[in-house]
Design a protein around this ligand. Structure first.
Ligand SMILES: *Cc1c(COP(=O)(O)O)cnc(C)c1O
Length: 343
């Protein structure tokens, strides 16, 4: 298979049209078999459910080449299950888990030439999504839906090392206690855009959102879960029903316990504890970066600095990140079922 002639080492994170995408349609109460197609355009009613009432859910995962030349994806079963759960919450007919995994594999296979070579740090980003496509004017779920997967090559998240970032405590809320914070829906992102644009203008890389009900507990950022390491080298994972269940976070918890012998505590984390200096390292986790280190959090003008500093990722987060990326890239043995081979 001849790879595309791209400058793999210098890819950014932007959409690039690849050869094939997978499309399945839900009509008359059932999903059809779906197919790989070339057309990247979608023709739909001006009154489609997704356009009027934002009925859409999505996923994000990566395919990449391992050290021994295989093309693999990482735990796509968890993306499949999460999209299933997200869909139920928005009254979208869920796309079956086994078919989802199958479609991911087929789509990556069909775009094999776009999978960045091992060692470039780049990956093939995979975006599955489902949305209401039939007209809806009264407020109710659409009757027809489309499930699609496209892929696009993206560059390494960190070019030249993972530098700690500075983030701020946001005055906006991300998710209501019984809202949609725990599902992956476009609507959660639409309402975070103003907050993130504002934070960027102020010089911060991200927003940390507190729990909307009491504004005392740390939740997550707009698109990544938060992890802490305390003074006893324990991994502390904020727990809340309005945090999105990150697959990276769940994998890191397993890695901490089973590979690194760390103690993991999943519990509500109060902002006061962070302010008091109870944690020596802090990081964001998600598919894109695995872990990005946080060096400083600004709370309305007051800086909270982590002992790991602003120069490099702390030792605990580094160990976690290196172990998980080693598992993903095939240099460390993976737990059963984590790596799904496309080729
Ligand atoms: C996607 C997402 C994450 C990260 O989840 P991963 O499965 O690790 O990629 C975290 N928070 C939010 C709000 C997200 O949408």
């Amino acid at each position: 298979m001849e790879k595309k002639n791209l400058d793999w080492g210098n890819l950014g994170f932007a959409y690039m049209k690849t050869d094939k995408r997978f499309v399945a349609n839900y009509k008359g109460g059932a999903w059809d078999d779906g197919a790989l197609i070339s057309d990247d355009m979608i023709l739909m009613s001006e009154d489609a459910g997704v356009l009027q009432y934002s009925q859409s859910v999505f996923e994000g995962l990566k395919a990449y080449e391992t050290v021994d030349g295989h093309i693999v994806t990482f735990r796509p079963d968890l993306n499949a299950q999460r999209m299933y759960d997200s869909a139920l919450r928005l009254e979208i007919p869920p796309y079956p888990v086994d078919k989802f995994i199958d479609a991911v594999v087929k789509t990556v296979e069909a775009n094999e030439a776009w999978v960045p070579p091992y060692g470039t740090g780049a990956t093939l980003y995979i975006r599955p999504y489902t949305f209401g496509i039939s007209p809806v004017i009264g407020v109710k779920p659409a009757d027809e839906y489309q499930f699609r997967i496209f892929t696009t090559p993206v560059g390494p998240y960190f070019k030249g090392g993972a530098k700690p970032i500075v983030v701020k405590i946001s005055d906006y809320d991300r998710a209501a206690p019984k809202g949609t914070g725990n599902i992956k829906a476009g609507l959660n992102y639409a309402m975070s855009l103003h907050a993130i644009v504002t934070a960027h203008e102020e010089g911060y890389a991200e927003n940390i959102y507190l729990d909307a009900a009491t504004r005392t507990k740390v939740e997550e950022t707009g698109g990544a879960n938060i992890l802490f390491i305390d003074q006893d080298d324990q991994l502390i994972v904020p727990q809340s029903e309005s945090i999105l269940p990150s697959i990276t976070r769940r994998s890191l918890v397993y890695v901490a316990e089973h590979y690194l012998g760390m103690k993991v505590v999943e519990r509500p984390v109060y902002w006061e504890e962070v302010k008091a200096g109870n944690f020596k390292e802090c990081g964001l986790c998600g598919t894109a970066a695995v872990i990005s280190p946080i060096g400083r959090i600004n709370d309305h003008g007051t800086d909270i600095d982590f002992a790991s500093g602003m120069e490099e990722m702390g030792p605990g987060m580094t160990k976690l990140r290196e172990t998980l990326t080693g598992i993903q890239m095939g240099s460390i043995e993976a737990p059963e079922g984590w790596i799904v081979r496309v080729k």
